[in-house]
Every structure is written in C-alpha cells, then in structure tokens.
Design a protein around this ligand. Structure first.
Ligand code: ASP
Ligand code: MG
Length: 409
C-alpha cells in the first residue's frame, strides 16, 4: 500500500458539483489501496474576491488580518470535501494548516514552511482515514496564522508529501499537464510526459502558471515526484522528477513567454564602482522587480544601464529614478514599452552548444529583432516586440522540433 498526496486547485473545487467530482477522484485512489492526504485551494476565485473586499475597506489592509481573511477560503473547501467524502462512505477528517502541524516563519502574506509535525496525520492514516488539509496556510511559533504566498497550496502539498515520505504528489488542475508552450496561443503545443525539476523551475519562474515555483524548489530539494494532471480527465499528466526520459532527445523542452514588458535605460551614468549597487538597491528598496540587466560603455567614464521590468511598474520606476536623480548621478532616462519576453528552456542545452545561436537565427529569419538577452545554464531569454511575440514563439516551437512531439492522451 502506498501513500499519495493529491492537491486540487481552485478551479477543480469551484462549486459543489466539482467538489463531488474531487471526492470521486479521492475515493478511486483509496480503492486502489493507497493512503490519501488531500490538499485543497479555496473555491474558484474566492481568494481574489476576499482580497477585493479588503481593498474596498482599506488601501493598505493589515497583513495579519489579510492572512486571517484569506485562510478562510481554504477552510470552506476542506470541510465541504470532508462532508462529500463521508457521504461516499469514506472516513475523512479536515484540518487547517495549524491543525495539520505546518509551522512557518513569522512573515505575513508570504511565509515559508519551516517544519511539519506529521504525527496527527499519520495517526489518521493508520486508522484508514482520508486527511483533507487546507492549502496555502500555516502557523508561527506564536500561534499567528500565516499564508504562503498566492498559489501556495502547491507548496503545502509538496511539503506534506516530503514530511510523510509519500510515494507521489499529484497536482490536479484544469489543464492536462505541462505543455511545450501555452496551447491557448500556439496550436501545435504538445503535452510533455516528463520535465526535470530544473526545467520546471525555469518554466514556473518564467510564468508558466501551472505550478508554484517554491513548490518545485521544495520537490527538488526533497526528491518528491510530482505529476501535474487534470481533475476532469483521466489521461496521464506530466511527471516532474530529477532524471527524466529524454523525450525524443529534445534540447529545448519548453517555450515560455510573457507580454507587457518594458525596457528602461539609464543614460550617462557615472562609471564609478558604486553606481550599480546604488541604482539597484534604490529600486529594490522601492519593491521594483528588475529582470534582465545590460550594462554598456564599461571602460569609458560614462556607462549606460538597461533593465527590463513589468510595464505595470513603469510609472513607479520613473518616479523613483527621478526622485533620486542627484544621488544616482545620471544624464537621462529612456523607456520602451510594448515588449515581451520569449524564453527557451531545456536541460539539453548544457551539453549542446549553439542553442542560443540557433534561437537568434530563427528570430532573425522571422524579422524579429532581439532587444535584450539573458541566459542561464538551461535557458535563453530574449526581449522582443510584443506584436511579434506569438510569431516568435511559433517559429521557435517549430525549429526546436517541439511541434513533432507526439500527441499524448
Ligand atoms: N487560494 C490561494 C490563491 O488563490 C492559494 C492557492 O490557490 O494555491 O492564491
Ligand atoms: Mg495554483
């Protein structure tokens, strides 16, 4: 007999009927002879709605009270699911994060899990009970309720799987797996049977929204095998683990993209050793998230620095730069909006030179100008015009043979 952790996201528990469907999926796993721990998110758009209500009352609601508020969403789902499971004749019990023994650091809104005391859950499992745990929440040493950051139920599931030494952690969602690229934009997108932890981390950080990046990091650190699969369809999903079978020896396994990117350039910066730290510390102190950074003009006495940000941060970025013009000591600031980031990801890049070169050639042949570039061992990101984004993704998807991946059902 194995132990499975199943996680169901907001859309999978969006209404009473869907909760009934989830109870069915849980019952099947139980009938297969497995012990089951279920982690659930808040129903549908509940969390968003709770956030909206708080924002109507205050422009900066207390973070402690926000955690108090948002954790109610998951509490609704756990109890309803436990009720549905009992109705099916299964023994089930629901727990909030603190009841499940999930301790976190003392940070409201984005706490990390520090420790899990799994004894209570183990006792229930030994008694044959299905344990339903509220995702996205925990408790501090002082008994304060915390949340793990938006999308954090994935992390709850993976952390429980690690603490209970489960055989597997299945992430049930509204898509059937991880795709080579977003099927809503690219018709030829294919479901992948396997993705490595590192590839998934890059894809998740690049905005492939199926998994919370911190959950993937956790799974990697504790060797938890994940499977992303559909809660409505029975087909096989995508397995995420350390070593995966090379699907047709793909060098690039996925293409991620994101629009609404802006490039900001600071021109005529004093080329002193303190310029870089001063600029980026100032931006960081104002919570502006900078992505790709390019410095040019080294070796002369004036340098230029360009960086990319989310377009929604542009106004604030310009204000911060203007306010600190004296200290930062630059000549002018320029910006370009209407950009997008297109990235190729694949562990095969490590041992295959020329992947970036091929990417640039493909883009050039399509008339797509590359404005910024950044790389990691297994990723190349380019910033291009937003209007050419989908065209660029399609061309790369074909050239790196992702359209040839067999359709999986
Ligand atoms: N309900 C939380 C959110 O919407 C956590 C989650 O769904 O993972 O962000
Ligand atoms: Mg999610």
């Amino acid at each position: 007999m194995g132990l499975i952790v199943q996680k169901f996201g907001g859309t999978s528990v969006g209404d009473v009927e869907k909760i009934q469907n989830v109870a069915g999926r849980v019952a099947e796993e139980k009938q297969n002879g497995n012990g089951v721990v279920v982690v659930v998110s808040a129903m549908g758009k509940t969390t968003d709605k709770l956030v909206e209500m708080a924002n109507e009352l205050s422009s900066s609601p207390s973070k402690r009270e926000m955690d108090m508020l948002l954790t109610t969403g998951e509490q609704v789902t756990i109890s309803l699911l436990a009720i549905a499971l009992k109705e099916k004749g299964l023994d089930a019990v629901s727990y909030t994060g603190w009841q499940a023994g999930i301790s976190t650091e003392s940070v409201h809104g984005n706490a990390r899990i520090l420790n899990i005391n799994p004894n209570k859950i183990k006792n229930d499992l030994a008694a044959g009970r299905v344990v339903v745990v509220a995702g996205f929440q925990g408790v501090t040493d002082n008994g304060e309720i915390t949340t793990l950051g938006r999308g954090g139920s994935d992390t709850t599931a993976v952390a429980l799987a690690a603490a209970l030494n489960a055989d597997k952690c299945d992430i049930y969602t509204d898509v059937t797996g991880v795709y080579t690229t977003d099927p809503r934009y690219v018709k030829g997108a294919r479901k992948l049977l396997g993705v490595s932890y590192d590839e998934m981390l890059e894809l998740a950080n690049l905005g492939a929204g199926v998994l919370h990046p911190r959950a993937v990091e956790f799974a990697k650190n504790f060797g938890v095998t994940l499977e992303v699969r559909s809660s409505m369809e029975k087909e096989r999903g995508t397995v995420i683990e350390e070593e995966i079978a090379m699907e047709q020896n793909l060098i690039v396994r996925g293409i991620a993209f994101e629009d609404q990117i802006t490039r900001v350039s600071i021109i005529g910066l004093d080329n002193s050793i303190t310029s870089l730290p001063t600029i980026f510390t100032t931006l960081a102190n104002n919570h502006i998230n900078v992505d790709i950074i390019i410095q040019s003009g080294t070796g002369t006495d004036k340098a230029n620095i360009s960086f990319s940000i989310k377009s929604s941060d542009l106004k604030e970025t310009l204000e911060v730069l203007e306010k600190n013009k004296e200290t930062l000591n630059y000549e002018s600031v320029e910006s370009e909006t209407g950009l997008a980031k297109v990235s190729i990801v694949g562990a095969g890049m490590i041992s295959n030179p020329g992947v970036a070169a091929k990417m640039f050639e493909v883009l050039a042949a399509e008339g797509v100008q590359v404005k910024m570039v950044s790389t990691s061992e297994i990723k190349v990101s380019t910033v291009v015009s937003e209007q050419l984004m989908v065209k660029a993704v399609e061309a790369l998807h074909d050239s790196f043979e992702l359209s040839n991946v067999p359709v999986q059902a």
